[in-house]
Design a protein around this ligand. Structure first.
Ligand SMILES: *Cc1c(COP(=O)(O)O)cnc(C)c1O
Length: 411
């Protein structure tokens, strides 16, 4: 190569100054590459055929994504992990990896709404039966799981009502029938619950919630045995629901602060839950950290903490809930969860609005229910915002003739 030439060196623009090894970089490098070079045809053959580990193509092998996967596996106490584009992508891969025509899936009724739609409307087309059961009713799990059950899927605690499953009991029933158990651990993260310890075969995360925790990236991840994760990676390679390296890189950074964020939101959530139950306008508070929670003992045994999500029911139904939500100044009206900033949602008219009135009632989603995802703001500031909103909601309802009576009952 003639370095004295005045000619633009197009090859150097592509190949020059390349650092083959980032091994001494303090922060994990972001490998924004779709493909990889091979040292020889033999090297390519061995990596493509899986005889030797190595990077092939970023749809299923990328060093930044791989670092995120290994870190998640370590955090959940699993042999391996596979990352996906989104939480729903992870659940889709899970179904494709495990299910065949004629199988059934037994799923708790109060999993993430889109999970039920994905199972019923899409997996249902391939001849897979979906059976929904009450999360807390162990007898119902025993009645519905049979020898055709390949997958048992649940979330504990559930969102937004914070019902708690007996993880050990459900795993025992499922394993007796040869079924795999997948637990969606998005709400608590491995900081507060490690479902593999109770027998879960697979642990699923929507990583854009607490794991990112800063509302920047979508991703999903599943941890489990090398064998099961190998099957998931096969789906990833063929169906292409891949995690972006950039998102994996963000998530690696986020994981470094996961524990301190989780501890802080859990402390604030408990303080707010205790305070909310003393408010006259509040009919009931759902938070597993409260001693009065029906499964507080089970939650305290399975979990190291109670997380940052709580919900509560206001007296006065939708007008009261909406008035309170609209009066908040600091807490954002946003249907997401797990962010550094606090967020509020009215489930009946947002996340659960596709359910019929009857289905909402069966699911316990009433019109007065409000969900709060507690963030990292100062606790006093949050309390002031919630308190001010109660006063403002009360005033606004009293000035509306049709609703005045509601608050006489409440206070
Ligand atoms: C958000 C969420 C999902 C879906 O994840 P996406 O990344 O939005 O696809 C699944 N499970 C739970 C518990 C969730 O909160």
């Amino acid at each position: 190569m003639n370095h004295d030439s005045n000619e633009y060196n197009a090859s150097a623009a592509l190949h020059g100054g390349r650092d083959e090894s980032f091994a001494d970089a303090f922060c994990e490098p972001l490998a924004l590459t779709s493909a990889y070079t091979f040292s020889s045809a033999q090297d390519a053959f061995e990596k493509f055929s899986g005889q030797r580990q190595g990077n092939v193509y970023s749809r299923f092998t990328n060093p930044t994504v791989r670092t995120f996967e290994r870190r998640m596996a370590a955090l959940e106490g699993a042999q391996d992990a596979a990352a996906f584009a989104t939480g729903m992508g992870a659940i889709t891969a899970l179904c494709h990896a495990l299910l065949r025509q004629g199988d059934n899936v037994v799923c708790s009724r109060d999993v993430f709404g889109t999970t039920i739609i994905a199972l019923r409307n899409y997996m249902g087309r391939f001849g897979i039966e979906v059976r929904l059961v009450e999360l807390t009713d162990l007898d119902a799990w025993a009645r519905h799981i049979d020898d055709n059950t390949r997958l048992v899927l649940l979330e504990s605690p559930s969102n937004p009502l914070l019902n708690v499953a007996d993880l050990r009991g459900i795993c025992r029933i499922a394993h007796a029938h040869g079924a795999r158990v997948a637990v969606d651990n998005t709400l608590l993260t491995p900081v507060f619950q490690r479902p593999h310890a109770f027998g879960a075969d697979l642990v699923v995360h929507s990583a854009g919630k607490y794991i990112d925790g800063q509302g920047r990236a979508l991703a999903g991840v599943i941890t489990g045995s090398s064998e099961l994760v190998g099957e998931l990676r096969g789906v990833l390679r063929s169906l292409g629901i891949s995690c972006s390296p950039f998102n994996a890189w963000l998530l690696l950074k986020s994981l470094e602060t996961l524990e301190v964020r989780m501890e802080r939101v859990a402390d604030s959530a408990l303080a707010l839950a205790s305070w909310l139950r003393q408010q006259a306008q509040v009919e009931a508070v759902h938070y597993t950290g409260l001693a009065e929670h029906p499964q507080h003992a089970l939650a305290s045994e399975q979990q190291h903490g109670h997380g940052g999500l709580l919900s509560f029911r206001l007296h006065g139904g939708r007008p009261a809930a909406w008035a309170w939500i609209d009066a908040l100044q600091l807490v954002a009206r946003c249907t997401n969860i797990g962010d550094t900033r606090s967020m509020v949602t009215h489930p009946a008219t947002t996340t659960h609005c596709r359910l019929s009135a009857g289905e909402q009632q069966a699911a316990g989603i009433c019109e007065g229910l409000v969900r709060l995802s507690v963030g990292l703001e100062r606790l006093d500031d949050l309390k002031t915002d919630l308190d001010t909103a109660f006063s403002a909601a009360k005033r606004s309802l009293q000035t509306r003739p049709g609703n005045a009576r509601v608050y006489e009952v409440a206070s």
